[in-house]
Design a protein around this ligand. Sequence first.
Ligand code: SF4
Length: 481
Amino acid sequence: MAAMPTYIGMPTFPEAAAIALGDSQLRHNLAHATGTIRAKRARAVAELSDWPDLRATAKAIKDHTLANLDTYLLRLEESVTAAGGHVHWAADATEANEIVASLTRAAGADEVVKVKSIATDEIGLNEALAAAGITAIETDLAELIIQLGHDRSSHILVPAIHRNRSEIREIFRQEMADAPPGLTDRPTELAAAARAHLRRKFLSAKVGISGANFAIAETGSLVVVESEGNGRMCLTMPETLISVVGIEKVLPSWRDLEVFLALLPRSSTAERMNPYTSIWSGVQPGDGPRDFHLVLVDNGRSATLGDRIGRQALRCIRCSACLNVCPVYERVGGHAYGSPYPGPIGAILSPQLRGMTDPVDQSLPYASSLCGACYDVCPVAINIPEALVYLRSKAVDAKRGKKKLRPEAVVFGVTAWGLRSPKRLRAAQRAAAASRHVVGRSGKIRRLPPPLSAWTDTRDAPAPPPESFRAWWGRTNGGRG
Ligand code: SF4
């Protein structure tokens, strides 16, 4: 299975989280930003009395589509082709990147303008194009900041959420050749500098590259929702448009779009409707690109679809609501998740798309307190806690049988041995009760020796009770069991 190239060599979640937690500025930025979005979203959702019905309908549409994905993908191919577009199938990231590079070369371009697209981050498209001598220009403001800053996105909706405006000014001053002299950190000035810079790129680009929020099988229409208008420019001005879309983005009919366009803006940006909704079907003479290519990407999705519990992650519409309510994300930010999909959805999607063979992916399902807030807000009702627990069991299975002695396996092995015999259990309870005078005088155990220190390094453990239930029962019931 193809890995996500941009994220090779990332630390595991606990290692990355420990580094992120040391950055108090990051924690402050995240707490402020997620708190603001959270409150706005709650107000926008509360305006719709039928939100639970919309949510249930969206879930049903997605489940039906995923259960019949082969049918709808073929229907989408037919519709796009009939509308004058071309459809390409990519089994993995390498294939998708090669297709895009060869289409770009065929269009005679060595520079492309891009609409924000996590699917292209997932496949490492920019890096692959650079290796093929093609420069990809990100045109979403936050993505531009990330690209110029040689950085990585840390949020699905607000990729540069970890940057403040003085950092952005420095990035523009150092990396944007046409940044105005004397640029300050006022948001209007920063936005104007980016706008002028990008306008020149839009006017000269021969090829535009996008993802899509939805692809309608019935009509062959693709849909991009955005806030800045840069997407509209990329989708309409270049002669060639290439859309790189995960196969799970298909919806059966035009009518289905109504449900998702009610859910997505409120859930993501807390708006009743996003400022720009671009919808295009193939090519139209005299209007927009003359050549349209749709690259349908699998890259681990078929394998995910084959998993009864894990497949619900494919319902995701990338609204980012689960990130904004997650107490873990709020403290560590997006980089700790080692993939373009951060937060709760990243913790269940990335390990499935990439497989659970890497320590990073085996660590991701543990990046949660299992509080359930992500499930509550998810507009397509993905039961993220259920998937997390399930993937934890897969992570344990993946490690099972490895020669390396793991403390966790030793602890559970000794516990199982003790529980198998009432005599041994009684002896262990007596020993634990006696040990409380040494290790837990305050009622809590604050420090244990290795390997148990892995637990007490980050939390207290309750001291054993002075008397077990079994001993108390025997004492208070005259020895009757
Ligand atoms: S999992 Fe649900 S809440 Fe999270 S980004 Fe996807 S659709 Fe939004």
